[in-house]
Design a protein around this ligand. Sequence first.
Ligand code: ADP
Ligand code: S3P
Ligand code: MG
Length: 177
Amino acid sequence: MSSPALVLVGPPASGKTTVGTAVAAARSLPFRDTDRDVEVETGTTIADLFVQQGEPHFRALEERAVARALAEHAGVLALGGGAVTSAATRELLIAYGGAGGTVVWLDVDVSSAARRVGLSRDRPLLAVNPRAMLRAMLEQRAPLYAEVATHPVTTAGRAPEEVVADVLAVLTQETAR
Ligand SMILES: Nc1ncnc2c1ncn2[C@@H]1O[C@H](COP(=O)(O)OP(=O)(O)O)[C@@H](O)[C@H]1O
Ligand SMILES: O=C(O)C1=C[C@@H](OP(=O)(O)O)[C@@H](O)[C@H](O)C1
Ligand SMILES: [Mg+2]
């Protein structure tokens, strides 16, 4: 049993996967992403899973993947944007943060997120009307991210390198405590 050095939460296109990968590399830590875990476990893509099995099925797999990674991964862990919609996952994250863990909430505004997502088809929930979906997601989920996060970091209008520097600073500060 182990516990992550850092967990990243936040809306789609806030940069969890990108920033998490860079932060892990900078600290020579392993990187893990629960979206990727679900894809490896099922041998399919998130987009196909949504279409073929439906969102509730994906959420159940995601909940399990998050619990497993929180219990066994010692590096940087990025979650999917909707992972915090599970009350069980929020409880695990709050317990992890309460025990000294670091949960960074990468936040983003609608315009930046829409620009970053572009025409990518990887996120099934953003396939039809990405801007409206992003707006609704950001609004509905903000209180959930706030509930589990130990550190908010804004990414709106900022380059990935700037965000990586902020997250590294949070890690340094937390390691020194
Ligand atoms: N700070 C940033 N500024 C501009 N583009 C970014 C930034 N962070 C991530 N991106 C880009 O946005 C897209 C989504 O990033 P990703 O890391 O997959 O986000 P998430 O895992 O939070 O959904 C990628 O194309 C990535 O290169
Ligand atoms: O916000 C969401 O509900 C989702 C976000 C995605 O992850 P990213 O936040 O890494 O894009 C992925 O888990 C799935 O498409 C659902
Ligand atoms: Mg991601």
